[in-house]
Design a protein around this ligand. Structure first.
Ligand SMILES: [Zn+2]
Length: 175
């Protein structure tokens, strides 16, 4: 499983399984909070830092503009969304406005929560006329022309005990 981590996920001290990614801007944000040897090791060994394509950024911008969320997104947020979208990855973030746009873009996301209570949200888009599901957020059904409604496809996913584990040896400091 691919995960894109935002700054708060990187700073949380939680460990994540799978292929991990983030953006240069998110790394810069993390660096502004200072660094620990643990964080440096995570960034050096476990997390691939990638810059999202202009195409992916453009797709994020056009949806965020449509939904009115664009003003609430920082350039860092937009980059993380674009990267998650182009990698078909799950975005790990506690930021509500990022989550909101992620849902509009049909990007799966996880919140940084206590171990074992991981929630994965996946949105699908269903035609109110013919009932067909679409993975992409569209407003009008290309088959019958009816309006398309966004629905929650799956509210919860069983999490494996190892998939998200808070570091119990450290207290969670203020972010
Ligand atoms: Zn239809």
């Amino acid at each position: 499983m691919r995960r894109v981590l935002d700054a708060s996920a990187l700073l949380s001290g939680a460990s994540f399984d799978g292929e991990l990614f983030t953006t240069p801007e998110a790394v810069a944000e993390v660096r502004r909070h200072g660094s620990t040897p643990q964080l440096d090791a995570t960034l050096a060994l476990k997390v691939q830092v990638l810059t999202p394509s202009k195409e992916a950024l453009g797709a994020v911008d056009s949806v965020a503009r449509e939904t009115g969320d664009i003003a609430r997104l920082s350039p860092t947020d937009r980059g993380l969304l674009a990267l998650a979208r182009s990698l078909a990855a799950t975005l790990v973030t506690d930021d509500y406005s990022i989550q909101n746009v992620a849902s509009r873009l049909a990007i799966r996301y996880e919140t940084i929560v206590e171990p074992g209570i991981r929630e994965v949200v996946h949105w699908r888009h269903r035609c109110t006329g013919c009932g067909k599901f679409f993975e992409e957020p569209i407003t009008e059904c290309p088959i019958c022309g009816s309006s398309v409604r966004t629905t929650r496809a799956r509210a919860r996913e069983e999490s494996s005990p190892r998939s998200l584990r808070a570091d119990s040896t450290r207290r969670h400091g203020p972010r």
